[in-house]
Design a protein around this ligand. Sequence first.
Ligand code: G6P
Length: 607
Amino acid sequence: MCGIVGIIGKTDVAPFLIDGLKRLEYRGYDSAGIATLDGGKIERRRAEGKIVNLEATVQKRPIHGVTGIGHTRWATHGVPNEANAHPHSDGRVALVHNGIIENFQELRRELTATGHTFESETDTEVVVHLISAYLATGLAPKDATFAALQRLKGAFALAILFNGHDGLIIGARKGSPLAVGYGEGEMFLGSDALALAPLTRRIAYLEDGDFAVLSADGVQIFDSLGAPVARDIHITQLSGAMIGKGAYRHFMLKEIYEQATVIGDTLNSHFNPVERTLTLPPMPFDLAKIDRVTLVACGTSYYAAMVAKYWIEGVARVPVDLDIASEFRYRQAPVQKGGLAVFISQSGETADTLAALRFCRDAGMHTVAVVNVPESTMAREASASLPTLAGPEIGVASTKAFTTQLVVLATLAIVLGKTRGVLDRDAEATLSKALTEVPSYATEVLKSDDAIRAIAQDLLDAQDAFYIGRGTAFPIALEGALKLKEISYIHAEGFAAGEMKHGPIAMIDETVPVIVVAPPDALFEKTASNVQEVIARGGRVVFISDAEGVSHFRDKAFATIVMPSVAPFVAPILYAIPVQLLAYHIASLKGTDVDQPRNLAKSVTVE
Ligand code: G6P
């Protein structure tokens, strides 16, 4: 997946394209490029690596023109080098693409046979040649694009320039998001409203199958059949200001530290101060009738869903089906018409989760999106949306979005339990009170930062690491392992503590750290026994629990992290923080690119 931007402006657009790409860099940073029409002629600049490299290239060799397109790439087909960087062009057409053209090999064979030559290994380049081939038959840009779109299989958002057609950009969308921005005598295209935020707040979101013909005066939008359509213009609330790191070395650390505040903000949006209870906004369906819940997500958001399964089943006594989005959508799961499916996503754009949402919606389920980007596709397409108020999350490894997702999902569990009559007032009050105490405990947990950094220093040489936990600490163990591997590149696995004896324990020796997430809950003793088994085999245990819990292992563990004593219900929210900090410090001490780890991107809009 990638970020794309297109501008028909009044002055040279190159600086605005680069600024837009910086806002989209969370979508990928393998290479970047821009193309403009300089006196009607296509000009390109491309560079491998991050956008700063493109910026340097453009500084050395400036590029002019008021019509242009730009791209930041997360490589799918072809290594991340300059030849594979977008925009792709044959001199007649230049275009940028987010998505995957699934039938590119077949099209490439066909085009090669008719004399087209290819410069890159990408799937995208076939679209350039396909449109060119239709132009060569005498079709105008709009008709040539429409004809080419009929031939494409897969997912795409495209922005296209045509040699000799200054002031014209054509955009098209299927599967991948694309927004049209309206200016005064200027028009814009972007993968999201954030890219366009400093340029305009007036945004229309293209629907699947749409294509749009932009000129300086406006846009004509057509649906998949080529019929003119109107799409609503929204006024985006997003700010054009670039988010800064403040005094922090990395966005990730800043975002870890913001958790006490944003958890509080998210809770406050659901808290009724008069009744001292947690509430949800009115839903377009009857929560009391919900007798089964499907939870679907990817990555870190999937681990939030996994915690929620324990909560919803335990607190609301409703059975939960839990799935990774990329598996769910293809396994032909029988869905319950009128049932509830909840999709959890920081970005609200993840292709697999979005496809799962559409699948459930089309099958007649009620869909709820728990998203951090309020204007995202999932927020717009679900029957209801429950926002997490984490604010923009820039670090690719999710932290504050995760803990605020947990707050929303805990609220959902409580409200569901109450609405279904399985949670009495006292139990509801106890759980709600525990949740409202999380922000102040989060501040306390953050005070362990220095101690965790010291432990990180001792774990730098690890080749492998295990994380274990039981109950809601199990998904936190999985999340801890994911955090460590994605930013430090140390191989890490999370396991249910009770599963260690069924295989993973064979891996234990004195070189393998085992991070134990062990809040003092009903399962503490059982986890403690599993830890004894690890210690008996020489494992280097880092034991995370409250003062009483760690006292059992003070002499035996390699290190301990002391947590405040909190209600087991909210423990997963708070125990997420030390595992985030541990991964952060290990990666930061190793000197990896913490905010933009290799091979990853923040928003994954391809399957
Ligand atoms: C990517 C990110 C992860 C994130 C996952 C799901 O892999 O690197 O941090 O958890 O996508 O993203 P979503 O926006 O749907 O939560």
